[in-house]
Ligand binder design. Structure first.
Ligand code: SF4
Length: 322
């Protein structure tokens, strides 16, 4: 069950990438930028401002998903699963179905269209969501097949899944882009509905295995935009084990000056700070959901930059905005 395949992405791993968005997530973050990703079932998005009132959707086989609205436009019955054909009957693109079943062969056929871009940019396939590891059978088969074809593979994950799911793909040559939203159990539960130890345990497990692991920290008003929360997050990230860099060839006497058989420095842990924004508010309206933050809400000026400085002082390789 996926809800989008997006081509030419430049923020979801190295190079130019094709991103496959899985539907369904074990968390329910209040600020989610893809609210249509959270439910594992197909959903109808209705953008009232685009509706021209032609009523084509009412005349089509809509399975009871839409009804006439005496106030203009249409009413969506969200208890009914919308038929996949409903999107195509709307001439104004006011209707969109998020969620469809897709096979590995079908997804890979779409991904292969961009092989030449991958080759010139070092890009490839990224799984995102929703949470790809929540559909571990599809994720494992898709990543395995892509890797067998020589595609570069990456995964964006909240890691709020059981260890067994992580283990099933841990041996693949993946770029892991993993969320680190908070380290305090109560704050994490309030903001996401999940248990933080699941995520932190999986992060430690991956870091100890020495996988290619980058961290992503959404900085969200009222959730983690305070010094204590961010310090906890950054210190946790800095304390994760990091792979040792190969020691450069020593100049001078044979054997160099370092400890015999030892290594040089360790690789910097990359961490993206992702400042909150409200660009997804329209999607909440299209799903019939209330956006939980006041429009126009912003982080305090300079806060993210201060966090970046703190992260760098802890030895992290920080970037802003993904
Ligand atoms: S088909 Fe589209 S434009 Fe026409 S009434 Fe339905 S939602 Fe509105």
């Amino acid at each position: 069950m996926i809800f989008d395949i997006q081509r030419f992405s430049t923020h979801d791993g190295p190079g130019i990438r094709t991103v496959v968005f899985f539907k369904g997530c074990p968390l329910a973050c209040a600020w989610c930028e893809n609210p249509e990703s959270q439910s594992p079932r197909p959903e109808l998005l209705y953008t009232k401002a685009q509706c021209i009132g032609c009523h084509s959707c009412l005349q089509a086989d809509n399975g009871g998903a839409v009804q006439s609205d005496p106030g203009g436009g249409i009413l969506v019955d969200r208890s009914v699963e919308p038929p996949a054909s409903l999107e195509s009957v709307c001439p104004a693109r006011a209707l969109r179905i998020a969620g469809r079943e897709a096979s590995v062969a079908e997804i890979l056929a779409e991904v292969r269209k961009d092989l030449s871009f991958f080759a010139t940019s070092g890009g490839g396939l990224t799984l995102s969501g929703g949470e790809p590891l929540a559909q571990i059978d599809l994720a494992e088969e898709l990543l395995g097949a892509a890797a067998a074809e020589g595609l570069d593979i990456a995964i964006e994950t909240c890691l709020a899944v059981g260890r067994k799911a992580v283990e099933r793909v841990a041996d693949l040559p993946l770029h892991w882009l993993a969320d680190l939203k908070h380290v305090e159990p109560e704050a994490f539960r309030r903001g996401t509905g999940g248990e933080v130890e699941l995520t932190l345990g999986n992060l430690r497990y991956l870091a100890e295995r020495g996988v290619d692991l980058s961290l992503r920290v959404p900085v969200v008003p009222g959730f983690n935009d305070d010094e204590a929360s961010m310090r906890g997050i950054l210190e946790f990230a800095a304390a994760l084990p990091r792979p040792a860099l190969p020691r450069p060839a020593a100049a001078g006497p044979v054997g160099g000056t370092g400890p015999a058989g030892g290594t040089g420095s360790v690789a910097g842990r990359h961490l993206d700070l992702l400042p909150y924004h409200d660009l997804a508010a329209g999607k909440y309206a299209a799903l019939g959901r209330e956006y939980p933050y006041p429009l126009g809400l912003r982080l305090e000026a300079g806060f993210v930059e201060t966090c970046a400085e703190l992260g760098r002082s802890l030895g992290l390789d920080i970037s802003l905005g993904g």
